[in-house]
Design a protein. Structure first.
Ligand code: SF4
Ligand code: SF4
Length: 384
């Protein structure tokens, strides 16, 4: 475990959807490509960045939050992302941006923010090797990584392990060592067209471990055996973590769950506590590297998020700066009060009495996978 440096404590993890459904890339494995959702223009945000930050005020959320922002397409395409980031940082939260790393103008705008704000900012660079080659943007990508590295912000670089990349593994490793001084981390592509959301690969788990193990990625090592394994433990998603749509303000407990409340409409309404408990509606916890590493299931053995995001470069530098080392070493189950056994029993009894409220997405997923899913997902917002 990496040593803590500061005293800020994270009480909630918010996985936030930026309502952009377009991208300058066309990755084959992308769920937008899989669902044929391309072609939409940049969104018009209904709520201002100031309003969004107010809705997520520390006072209302019960303390400092870790706010992850990810678009349906490329997160950094909408110009509003700069002010949304600034306002959330000014509110005192820690912010993560998921990006394909090629929108240089937006990096320059964000990196010109106050240095103290930038210390609370983290970029997750998705290393889209094939698209970077096709579009001749490899240099731009690594230039932007370097800009972040030289700033007070933190970052990670992550490659999605699709089978079409296997013939390129040697070049990917060489490129990473040359440009980053360390190998990228690895994640797993999922097949969004199937209700069980399986791994998008023809390799068995064992073969995948053999092929991709050479990257020595703690992220991949943790995710792989948990993929396609349904979680049945008591999960605090809906209390310690939420998914929020920044287009509508709709807040749900986790992917596939029912609406908890709209947090943008009435800024005075308290945030509802609505834990998922043992009723996770998803076939498996595909973003377990976040939810489980941050402790949504107390007692679940998982590495600290710092271990799956950081790398030490050849020059001895870390991808994570001290502020994010501290934050990514924390777990929500260590920073929050737990329910007693009696309270858990009561929550479970209630959940068992109202299954459809909590399972409506699951029912729709099973019965109407396809067009209706798209319609419904658009309505509640795509949260991943
Ligand atoms: S960069 Fe991201 S959003 Fe764009 S096509 Fe690739 S996976 Fe999809
Ligand atoms: S997907 Fe994971 S974090 Fe979300 S409710 Fe299920 S177990 Fe909890």
């Amino acid at each position: 475990m990496i040593k803590n440096n500061k005293t800020d404590k994270i009480v909630k993890f918010l996985d936030c959807y930026i309502p952009v459904k377009t991208c300058n890339f066309r990755c084959n494995y992308c769920y937008i490509t899989q669902n044929k959702w391309w072609g939409e223009k940049l969104p018009k945000f209904k709520y201002s960045p100031e309003h969004i930050a107010k809705a997520l005020s520390k006072k209302r959320m019960g303390g400092t939050c870790l706010v992850n922002m990810c678009g349906g397409g490329e997160t950094m395409l909408p110009p509003e992302i700069v002010d949304i980031t600034r306002c959330l940082l000014e509110e005192g939260h820690y912010v993560m941006i998921v990006t394909n790393g090629t929108i240089s103008k937006r990096f320059d705008e964000i990196l010109s923010l106050d240095k103290n704000l930038l210390k609370h900012l983290f970029f997750k660079f998705s290393f889209q090797y094939l698209e970077l080659k096709r579009t001749n943007l490899m240099k731009i990508f690594f230039d932007n990584v370097r800009k972040v590295k030289e700033s007070p912000a933190s970052f990670t670089v992550e490659l999605t392990t699709v089978d079409e990349l296997i013939p390129h593994i040697d070049d990917i490793k060489k490129t990473c060592m040359r440009e980053l001084g360390a190998l990228c981390h690895l994640t797993i592509a999922r097949d969004e067209t199937k209700p069980s959301i399986p791994r998008l690969s023809n390799l068995t788990e064992e073969q995948a471990r053999e092929v991709w193990g050479q990257f020595d990625s703690a992220m991949f090592d943790f995710k792989l055996p948990l993929f396609e394994k349904k979680r049945k433990e008591f999960c605090y998603a809906g209390k310690w973590s939420y998914c929020v749509d920044f287009g509508t303000g709709n807040m749900i407990q986790c992917y596939g769950c029912g609406l908890v409340q709209n947090i943008f409409e009435d800024l005075e309404s308290p945030i509802k506590s609505c834990p998922v408990g043992k009723h996770c509606p998803n076939p498996h916890c595909w973003n377990n590297h976040a939810f489980l590493c941050f402790g949504d299931i107390p007692g679940f053995t998982a590495p600290r998020f710092s271990e799956i995001r950081d790398r030490i470069c050849k020059d001895g530098s870390h991808w994570l700066k001290p502020e994010f080392m501290n934050i990514f070493n924390q777990r929500l189950d260590e920073n929050n009060v737990h329910f007693t056994e009696k309270e858990i029993d009561k929550i479970e009894r209630k959940l068992n009495q109202k299954p459809f409220k909590y399972y409506r997405y699951l029912v729709l997923r099973l019965l109407t996978f396809g067009k209706l899913k798209q319609k419904y997902t658009k309505k509640i917002g795509k949260m991943e």
